[in-house]
Ligand binder design. Sequence first.
Ligand code: PRX
Length: 679
Amino acid sequence: MTTERSDNVSEAQIAVHWREEEYYQPPAAFVGQANASDPAILDRFAEDRFPECFKEYADLLDWDHYWHTTLDTSEAPFWKWFVGGRLNACHNCVDRHLATRPNQAAMIWVPEPEDADPVAITYRELWVRVNEFAALLRDFAGVKAGDRVTFHLPMVPELPVAMLACARLGAIHSEVFGGFSGTACGERIADSGSDVLITMDGYYRNGELIDHKIKADEACEAAAKHGHEVGTVLIWRRHPGRYASDRPMVDGRDHFVDDLLPDYRGQRVAPESMPAEAPLFLMYTSGTTGRPKGCQHSTGGYLAYVTGTSKYYQDIHPDDTYWCAADIGWITGHSYIVYGPLSLGTTTVLYEGVPTYPDPGRLWRIAERLGVTTFHTAPTTIRMLRKLGPDEPTKYHYRFKHMTTVGEPIEPEVWRWYHQVVGKGEAVVVDTWWQTETGGFMGTTLPALQPMKPGSCGPGALGIYPVIYDEVGEVVEAGSGKAGNICIRNPWPGIFQTIWGQPERFKQIYYERYNRDPASTDWHDWPYLAGDGAVEAADGYFRILGRIDDVINVAGHRLGTKELESAALTVDEIAEAAAVPVMDELRGRAVEMYVSLKPGMTASPAVQDGVTAAIEREIGKIARPTQVWIVPDMPKTRSGKIMRRVIAGISNFADVGDITTLANPEIVADIRHQVQREK
Ligand code: PRX
């Protein structure tokens, strides 16, 4: 079994073990056109070529100055890649394509409602927009290299434009997923120290124009509570000239971008030549404590890694129409909607809305209309569309050559529907295991060279050497059938540099567990702890079981149990709270909250609703629990720690393990009776 501290909860603990599956071979038509079809590439990335093998990725970029040191380990585990090199990420994603493909669509944006036409933005138009917005940011908002700028933008082209404009100036962007609450956004603004917030007044979802400006006000308020004032809020209007919110504009703070932009028409901003190690962006994610972690990604290493993996694993060619149907507010969107695809000069599709509105044929209609060749989504979406519209793909005349899945384990039968029905048996399926922290793919298959195996992500990516360790740091051998903690033995260019402002926590969370010598500057002594349980088959393919820490992956969204619990504790009546994962047919996992009340308080539906409302306010609707159980007491250790493992066992009708050491073992039967009776 995977390791977990006795008091915490582990998704891996409730994972379903499915049997080994047969291989599927890639279609010959795919292999014939693949970017990586010569097995020699595996030799070029063999372990004895590390770290120089990654030069191949970095050489896909334009450098202002070439680097002198590929990997500097002197401040382990703060790895530095391509030291001495200078480049600009915006130049690499935009300017360098102007000579060869100025009139090719860089992006196609598919808005809601469905009768609105898709909007194509050529590389030249993108260049113009990015320059003008960068001029506005610099001259109006005072943004300069190294400043942090927070975005709370939905899926609109203004988001990549804002990212690239910051990158052009050397400023560090921090996009907060649009579905997060204003409070969550404010906390991230304060943590990153952003003086500027960029947002939009509203956006469409399920046919409704949603007021988003309200969240900007809440975010500024929440940031102020953390002692941080936001000086400037730049608000794009979803329909320029027509305000979609009834929230007042705050004098001196709030400004409509479409009112300001005419003053910057025709302006050009030279791309700032940045050191390879300069941070490009922050991406907040959940972890073991209530405070979100700002994962800091570099310019040179990150861009090299996402460009290389986009080329070989996404098999992106410039003339593809590539669609990663994720949200740019997550790392998947940063790496594989914006930076990787644009760096390779392809056409990247983004869409507003949801896969199921107005009906579960929407994605396939878009694919047909735009001639999408390469498609990328998450198991949750696949499961949902398989349930709601199992035959919808057959109604549309699109042809995918390549499909990706990301973010959660995919069940073999769901994989087969994706392959057979969505891919019409003609596309390769690439399962990609990775994380916000890793920047790009870690475990996956080279689509023309390594066969697919449903339910397994595959072996380590090029230049990545995963290993599974048991609790005491012994290697769990491939083919042993045993699960353990998956680690990466070596650094790679896409690895995040640190947790913004918390270097000690960075070291402790990711490297302390299996570190062999804290003083060592040899990377061999610093395995990276991914935080997932996994099994390695005899063929070297990994199957990911889920998180081993206090993180629950709901529909591919990573939620921290501590964040959920602190939100619940803001409700007056609540004394204690525990968030646990339960298996969910559609979303992989769902969250159930267990709460106990302060003395003298009475259980009621209003208290349950209060917990849900608090979670929505503090984190966002995505974190809404499926159940709030009010229990008389929590199972606890003698030292008073809540045994989430035991509660998760009850909620999942699974083994609760040894409870003899609990301070109050009798409560287990009471809770079981209460919960299982109602389920
Ligand atoms: O548990 C793993 C799961 O998602 C976690 C990372 O979440 P996040 O940082 O939000 O990034 C998601 C997109 C990369 C991992 O620790 N996960 C990610 N990809 C897979 C996966 N689990 C199984 N199979 C995958 N392909």
